[in-house]
Design a protein around this ligand. Sequence first.
Ligand code: FAD
Ligand code: NAP
Length: 345
Amino acid sequence: MLRIEKQVSLQRYNTLALPSIAEYFCQVKSEHELKEALEWSKKYRLTTTVLGEGSNVVLAANIGGLVIHMAILGIEQLTPTSGSVDRPDTDCIIRAGAGENWHKLVRYSLAQGWYGLENLSLIPGLCGAAPIQNIGAYGVELSDVFYQLEAICLTTGEHVSMALEDCKFGYRESYFKGAGRDQYIIIAIQLRLSSKANPCLDYPVLKQVIAQGNQPVTPQNISDAVCRIRQSKIPDPQQTANAGSFFKNPVVTTAQAEQIKHIFPTLVSYNQDNGCQKLAAGWLIEQAGWKGIKREGVGVHPQQALVLVNHHGSAEALLSLARDIQTSVFEKFQVKLEIEPRVYQ
Ligand code: FAD
Ligand code: NAP
């Protein structure tokens, strides 16, 4: 049964561990409970805020209205007859409830012999949030395996299905961050995986770790290698509160990248398909002198300049630090850094 609580601390519901109070809070374990929660908030004319694992949000001290924590579980393999799915025998469609842990889905699919998610191992968060920023790592993005999603449309209250083209996925981008922002609550995702391995070792660090281990290039070994690299490089929010990359890697024209390289020859950049260049935001921040800085209870991680950390600070202190970093990077390189997590103010 749906239980709505008043004045609930969200500190343990966000990986930055920011102090934040929800005016009202509930956990939904089914589509039915979600609809009940939405009707309740409509009745009292309250806003709704959806929260997964809170690993990509900056929460304000107070969040008005109803905070809905997604807890819809279930992972299943859809049979060829369970939908109008036209696919070869080697493909499988796997469906996961929005409240399932993402890495659990990765492990489950590997154990079943369904491949495609190995490079996305150990990304924090729940399955329902994965389409929001088209999660990506080590050369693979959700959109590479995405089939469709199921959501509740907040305008009509209807259960809708959205295909790949509806989601308008881009680099850490989707329709849900743009025109479709706050208009849908995702209740399940469906991914198209394959029994044929198609390894992606584009990132040199991954290739190197696999080669060092002297192991065959299997999806399981790739997943293990990704986990090892992540555990050695990326701070665990349980130890140091953070929201992963705080800024997106900026994409600039090749002409602009060349201009910067002329002055800063060690600039780290990568060719994009569209003739642009992606710059490593962590490198820009480090060059601007912010790596390891600590102030007002927040800071920049000493090994990963792209990760801002919270020691015992506030959202204001964190956002003020982020603004100062953006200003100084712009002054030095004329490049705008865009904040990646969703900021609630
Ligand atoms: P939340 O932070 O709870 O929510 C994020 C946004 O999605 C919010 O706007 C929320 O309203 C919305 N949302 C959540 N669930 C739903 C739903 N069911 N329906 C509609 N809207 C919803 N990201 C990457 O892409 N690649 C990485 O490699 C990566 N590494 C990370 C490493 C660390 C240490 C951390 C802390 C974060 C990392 N991230 C990475 C960011 C984060 O893990 C992902 O963005 C993840 O998908 C967020 O999931 P979540 O459940 O925590 O979402
Ligand atoms: P890294 O391997 O040190 O690489 C630094 C940056 O260079 C990354 O941001 C990556 O871009 C880019 N890069 C490296 N090799 C590349 C290649 N061959 N082609 C294109 N771009 C390349 O990065 P890291 O910080 O340890 O993170 C490893 C992976 O996990 C990255 O894919 C990163 O996006 C992901 N990650 C994401 C978050 C998040 O919160 N979003 C947090 C931690 C890690 P990309 O970021 O575009 O891949």
